[in-house]
Design a protein around this ligand. Structure first.
Ligand code: PLP
Length: 390
């Protein structure tokens, strides 16, 4: 039995998405910019997908711009706003300390080019405080970027409140909703933002396709120059099959959002309670109440997260650590660090993220095998009682 509990990394395609994409690959090969029948067929399919996505977000279809995924959408929002507002002497950018690298590294890159940046702290439950934003924002702030739901711990941020503060000072508000779209109702109007990023592969759509929702009238510099695709907002021949797949995934998500959130939430809670009950020295990282329903991030005392991840993988269970492994160096999770956890806790935590194909039997299996694996690893790392002789 192979168990996939890493839905926040990516999700499997739903069968209807695969079907729609393969039909599109076969039949909709025209260039959507072409005037003839083949081009217009492709264009119509893109427009249908655009309207499915706008329904999911409570947006207008004309405000949805397709991109190459969440990373590009985040770059487009932040770099586009920074460049558009620079002539108005707005050269200050704000983001939270728990943003995805797509946001954090974009701010770092712009800082090297002369923009000033402020990183907002979070409290120990992983939530940004509106008061911290009020203290940090100035009349030269161009954009505030705070994610809707965090990818590692699942916490949901008070976006509407933060957006109101940004707007009081004339700044734009962006939210990276890559981890909330398809898991929670995401309504761009009630969030009150100007820009919102999403990515198809996080809600059972294909990889390499996403969208940026741009509120009508928002000043934003185009990042990709070329033809007049996407109303001149994002040049490049459209990935028709990918966009069609994203549209179908959006429609399927819209249709079962609350039922699926309740189902997955129940599974997650049972998994979490089961682990806390059967494995000693465990604790949840982040606020339990204000979270997406599919995610839990659990700290295991006296465990190295990577060792437990590998032990689980050998038993057929795929999970993730919050940490990024770059060129062989294990970096502690920047999210858990920002929450003020001590170094051992930033390296002993695992993320379990569930989704569309997760089942009760899978939860039972993980609860069954985990205590034994943890005990074994703790036994291996126990300090040996060796008498020193000289
Ligand atoms: C919160 C968040 N933002 C952005 C991204 C990047 O999205 P993509 O993989 O589509 O580039 C991810 C993906 O892990 C994410 O979790």
């Amino acid at each position: 039995m192979r168990i996939y509990f890493d839905y926040n990394a990516t999700t499997p395609l739903l069968p209807a998405v695969v079907d729609a994409m393969s039909t599109a690959e076969r039949e909709l090969f025209g260039n959507a910019s072409s005037v003839h029948y083949f081009g217009q067929q492709a264009k119509a399919a893109i427009d249908t997908a655009r309207s499915s996505i706008s329904t999911l977000l409570n947006a207008d279809p004309s405000e949805v711009v397709f991109t190459g995924g969440g990373t590009e959408s985040d770059n487009f929002a932040i770099r586009g706003a920074a460049e558009a507002l620079e002539p108005m002497k707005r050269r200050h950018l704000i983001a939270s300390a728990i943003e995805h690298e797509a946001v954090i590294n974009t701010l770092k890159a712009l800082a090297k080019r002369g923009w000033t940046t402020t990183i907002l702290p979070v409290d120990q439950s992983g939530i940004v405080s509106p008061d911290q934003l009020r203290d940090a924002i100035t009349d030269s702030t161009a954009i505030v970027s705070v994610m809707h739901a965090n990818n590692e711990i699942g916490t949901i941020q008070p976006i509407a409140e933060l957006a109101a503060i940004a707007h009081e000072r004339g700044a734009l508000m962006h939210t990276d909703a890559v981890q909330s779209v398809g898991k929670l109702p995401v309504n761009v109007r009630s969030l009150g933002v100007d820009l919102l990023s999403l990515s198809a592969h996080k809600f059972n759509g294909p990889k390499g396709v996403g969208a940026l929702w741009i509120k009508r009238g928002t000043r934003l510099q185009t990042m990709q120059t070329g033809g007049k695709h996407e109303r001149g907002r994002r040049a490049g021949t459209e990935n028709v099959a990918g966009i069609v797949g994203m549209g179908v995934a959006a429609t399927l998500a819209s249709g079962k959002l609350s039922a699926e959130a309740a189902r997955v939430g129940e599974l997650r809670n049972r998994l979490e309670d089961g682990i806390l009950r059967t494995v000693s020295g465990t604790a949840i990282n982040g606020a339990r109440l204000s979270r997406v329903p599919n995610t839990t991030n659990i700290s295991f005392d006296r465990i190295e997260a990577e060792s437990l991840l590998i032990a689980l993988d050998l038993e057929g269970v795929a999970v993730s650590t919050g940490s990024a492994c770059s060129s062989g160096t294990l970096e502690p999770s920047h999210v858990l660090k920002a929450m003020g956890f001590p170094p051992h806790r930033t390296q002993n935590s695992l993320r379990f993220s569930l989704g569309a194909f997760s089942t009760d039997a899978e939860v039972d299996r993980v609860i069954e095998i985990l205590p034994r694996l943890v005990e074994k690893l703790r036994g291996l790392t126990r300090k040996p009682q060796v008498a020193v002789t000289s």
